[in-house]
Design a protein around this ligand. Structure first.
Ligand code: HEM
Ligand SMILES: [Ca+2]
Ligand SMILES: [Ca+2]
Length: 296
């Protein structure tokens, strides 16, 4: 059972130890807030919020970092290491890497101007990771609305949670390979927006695959509701983004968020708390890693 006071006696300064490290990473590179938020999502969706995504591959161990949704894409591991070093100095051997991800995600959203919430803590770290679970449980950008709804439902998250959490794409960047088909081949996209995204994403595959574009064309480093305004204007970057507003069951929620930043903020915070509750290891399960990249 997770609790907001889990470390109140064992590491009373935990939150004030983490926040400045996140703050300085974001000051150095604004995108880092997005990258840290995404790490938490990619951890929680793969066998729960257990720090599994942080384990490095070795000659005898294959983890999640090279799974398709993460390879060449997931980033911020060095910042997690910096946080862990600061936390180990303050409270040696006490705080899990899984909890560090939960706090870093919360702080990132708040620092970029989004809502904040009380983070539940007490997760422990996995001794294993699963590349196949990472490949199978993290939704692809080609997903249909039905796929998205069922993949979130498989994690105990509602359609409403899914739409709110997708609002994370109000910050951060995506590679050409993830949006090429949407901007060249699809019709549910604003044509001038499609053209402008084509200009830095060659049609031919393998060319410019890693060229970046902002997920939110308006305010890519501010956590606001402009992602939903884009969707209403058919300016979603990923196929999966535009699926949320494509004459289906989630159109009305997208419209609500596009006009009410406050409703988005409170629904987003509630959904992040729910996502953070996905099958944590607690009690004496798992371990508290000394180094987030390897098991003890
Ligand atoms: C609804 C299903 C989702 C799909 C299909 C999806 C897909 C993607 C893709 C393809 C990218 C670009 C990756 C790249 O090109 O390297 C991305 C980036 C991102 N995603 Fe999602 N995502 C989803 C939900 C979420 C959720 C629930 C969160 C957080 C709670 C999230 C947070 C982010 C962030 C912040 C970025 C930018 C990362 C950066 O700039 O480093 N996404 N997502
Ligand atoms: Ca995990
Ligand atoms: Ca934004």
């Amino acid at each position: 059972q997770l609790s907001t006071s889990f470390y109140s006696s064992s590491c009373p300064n935990l939150l004030s130890t983490i926040k400045p490290v996140v703050q300085s990473a974001i000051s150095a590179e604004k995108r880092m807030g997005a990258s840290l938020l995404r790490l938490f999502f990619h951890d929680c969706f793969v066998n729960g919020c257990d720090g599994s995504i942080l384990l490095d591959d070795t000659s005898s161990f294959t983890g999640e970092k090279n799974a398709l949704p993460n390879k060449g894409s997931a980033r911020g591991f060095d910042v997690v290491d910096k946080i862990k070093t600061a936390v180990e100095k303050a409270c040696p051997g006490v705080v899990s890497c899984a909890d560090i991800l939960a706090v870093a995600a919360r702080d990132s959203v708040a620092i970029l101007g989004g809502p904040t919430w009380n983070v539940k803590l007490g997760r422990r770290d996995a001794r294993t990771a699963s590349q196949s679970a990472a490949n199978n449980n993290i939704p692809a950008p080609t997903s249909s609305l039905g796929n998205l709804i069922s993949m979130f439902s498989a994690k105990g998250l509602s359609t409403k949670d899914m739409v709110a959490l997708s609002g994370s794409h109000t910050i951060g960047q995506a590679r050409c390979t993830t949006f090429r088909a949407h901007v060249y081949n699809e019709t549910n996209i604003d044509s001038s927006f499609a053209k402008s995204r084509q200009s830095n994403c060659p049609r031919t595959s393998r060319q410019g695959d890693n060229n970046l574009a902002p997920l939110d064309l308006q305010t890519p480093t501010a956590f606001d509701n402009s992602y939903f305004k884009n969707l209403v204007n058919k300016k979603g970057l990923l196929h999966s983004d535009q699926e949320l507003f494509n004459s289906g069951s989630t159109d009305s929620q997208v419209t609500t968020y596009s006009t009410s930043a406050g409703t988005f903020s409170s629904d987003f915070a509630a959904a992040m708390i729910k996502m953070g509750d996905i099958s944590p290891l607690t009690g004496s399960s798992g371990e508290v890693r000394k180094n987030c990249r390897k098991t003890n």
